[in-house]
Design a protein around this ligand. Structure first.
Ligand code: 173
Length: 322
């Protein structure tokens, strides 16, 4: 009798521990090419999760744009085709135009997590993307305009430029004609002379060989690139506290390191571009001011045009105190 009840108790205990200890596997995709600048922080995040999460949570990294077109990643995340995405807001403005406002943030993430800006965005991610915004892994990383034709003032009339939504309103405000492409199409567009230049951050132009087809970089840089880890909310809600904690710990570590890591990379890539023969185009003080003022003016006007309800609130949280 005693033996049987002990056996039942053990079996029940065994089953419950087996159930709670079951490792969950999450499918992940990056909107950027594997092992390149904007996937590396995510790949480190995955390594950390898989190391700390042994037997608890495992991320199965399916890959980058070879596995899924970058502008489809937001949809796949929202619909649960994948559980985790590494993406930038500009790549899923079709679902959530407000996501592109991260680029305009002039306050550190640590501050946005306290001042209500993060919480405001998090609600929009839940509503519009069925997503949890877990961590921003790229920060302190300005965008630039790269050109193959020389300019001497902030006037882009007559130039045809490769863009994503990040640059659209700004480059158009300065008179450019624009054409949107995924990063994977930039090299060919330059090689064929389809575009006179492109928008891209200060880091990463060597990853896909663009330096071979780039004569000039326009300074100063503007905005700050955002690339972040998103989790499908339905998948997130099914995780145990222990599984969530593993993801949150790796997320926090990545977000806390992002600005300093990128500040270093910004400096080394600036030097590498000069060594590769890329010349810098600069304007006089008034020209630089006009360029930067227009960047933020056109950027915020674009966000507010696409989201009259949330745009002004995001501006209040994100913009530098005047
Ligand atoms: O230029 C782009 O493709 C783009 O929008 C972007 C955003 C963040 C990081 C790198 C590129």
């Amino acid at each position: 009798m005693r033996t049987v009840s002990t056996w039942i108790m053990l079996a029940a205990f065994g089953l419950s521990t087996a159930a709670s200890a079951q490792e969950v596997t999450l499918r992940a995709v990056s909107a950027f090419a594997e092992k390149t600048t904007y996937s590396k922080p995510f790949e480190q995040f995955i390594e950390r999760v898989n190391a700390a999460g042994k037997g608890v949570v495992h991320i199965n990294y399916i890959g980058g744009p070879k596995a899924m077109p970058p502008f489809e990643v937001g949809n796949a995340l929202k619909n649960g085709v994948i559980d985790i995405a590494n993406a930038t807001g500009a790549f899923y403005t079709n679902l959530m135009p407000e996501a592109d406002a991260w680029k305009l943030a002039q306050r550190p993430m640590a501050e946005l997590r306290k001042n209500g800006g993060y919480d405001y965005m998090a609600k929009l991610y839940a509503q519009k993307m069925n997503a949890i915004f877990l961590a921003r892994l790229v920060d302190d990383n300005p965008f630039h305009l790269y050109l193959n034709k020389k300019i001497d003032k902030p006037d882009l009339a007559g130039l045809k430029l490769r863009i994503t939504p990040v640059y659209r309103d700004f480059f158009q405000a300065l008179g450019a004609t624009v054409v949107q492409t995924a990063p994977g199409e930039v090299y060919t567009a330059l090689e064929r002379g389809v575009v006179d230049g492109y928008g891209w951050p200060i880091t990463g132009i060597f990853d896909l060989g663009w330096h071979e087809k780039t004569k000039y970089r326009v300074d100063p840089g503007f905005y700050s690139a955002e690339v972040s880890v998103l989790v499908n909310k339905t998948a997130w809600d099914k995780l145990t506290d222990k599984q969530k904690a593993v993801l949150q710990q790796a997320a926090r570590q990545g977000e806390n390191e992002a600005a300093a890591d990128f500040a270093k990379l910004d400096a080394s890539e600036t030097e590498r571009q000069a060594k590769a023969g890329i010349q810098t185009i600069t304007f006089d003080a008034a020209g630089s001011k006009k360029y930067l003022d227009e960047a933020y003016k056109a950027g915020w006007a674009g966000v507010i045009r696409q989201s009259p309800e949330h745009g002004p609130k995001l501006q209040a949280f994100f913009a530098k105190a005047q």
